[in-house]
Design a protein around this ligand. Structure first.
Ligand code: C5P
Length: 228
């Protein structure tokens, strides 16, 4: 059994505005609905746990989609707290050695082929796997005055995307360890790496964008209108 965890408890502070970004509309529906639709229409995924902000007034109350269950829980102050809450809310039948896919609610343009590739690699790699994209731009390091002090090599550098796929037991141990150590992890792989493990990188599509700014929303609108 493979479940997905969808952290959706963020306030979208960087985006600005009243509505948390996962509820902004693109191509006729909220970003979170695009993410749920892609995950639950994929044959490898059996259900989704969504972590919501306490008292979220915008959650439409879905309990299933495409005939598969949607379970909700209350997320936490940091993304990792929300993912941990979702982990705890999984049904008992999901064993410690089963794969979980963690995906941002604000990434509406995930394609089924990337899920196929990720699941294949993660099934073969005990440390898990993540979708990622090679860094293509030249990287500059800045000083306090925002002047360039160095050009960094981009060789072997990748941008971490989602979904990120790990076995339930590994993800739980990783998030517990980060919490005990007081380290705020910005993705699940970072927590897993801190256990000394080496998740695989699976090259994913560059258009699996996370909506963070109004310009991203316009791009998501364009991409989704073409594909959905
Ligand atoms: O803020 P950021 O873009 O990193 O958020 C990525 C995802 O994590 C979003 O779907 C957001 O709703 C979620 N999140 C969460 N709980 C938090 C912070 C972010 O579920 N405390």
């Amino acid at each position: 059994m493979t479940w997905a965890l969808l952290p959706a408890a963020g306030s979208g502070r960087r985006f600005g505005g009243e509505v948390p970004k996962q509820y902004l509309h693109a191509a006729g529906k909220p970003l979170i609905e695009h993410a749920l639709d892609t995950l639950l229409s994929h044959p490898a995924i059996d259900g989704v746990v969504v972590a919501l902000a306490a008292g979220d007034p915008l959650w439409p109350g879905w309990t299933s989609l495409h005939g598969k269950p949607i379970v909700t829980c209350i997320g936490g102050g940091e993304r990792a707290d929300s993912v941990f809450a979702a982990l705890q809310a999984l049904p008992d039948g999901v064993a410690d050695d089963e794969l979980l896919l963690v995906h941002d609610a604000a990434r509406p343009n995930l394609c089924a082929g990337d899920i196929d590739n990720l699941v294949d690699v993660a099934n073969a790699c005990a440390d898990g796997a993540i979708l990622a994209a090679p860094v293509r731009d030249t990287l500059k390091r800045a000083d306090e005055e925002v002047r360039i002090v160095a050009t960094e090599s981009r060789a072997n550098l990748w941008r971490a995307l989602t979904p990120q796929a790990f076995r339930r037991g590994v993800l739980r141990r990783a998030l517990e360890r980060a919490k005990v150590d007081g380290v705020i992890v910005t993705d699940e792989a970072m927590a897993v790496e801190r256990l000394g493990l080496h998740p695989a990188l699976v090259e994913g599509r560059e258009d699996n964008l996370k909506v963070t700014t109004p310009a991203d929303l316009a791009l998501a609108e364009f991409l989704l209108a073409r594909t959905k």
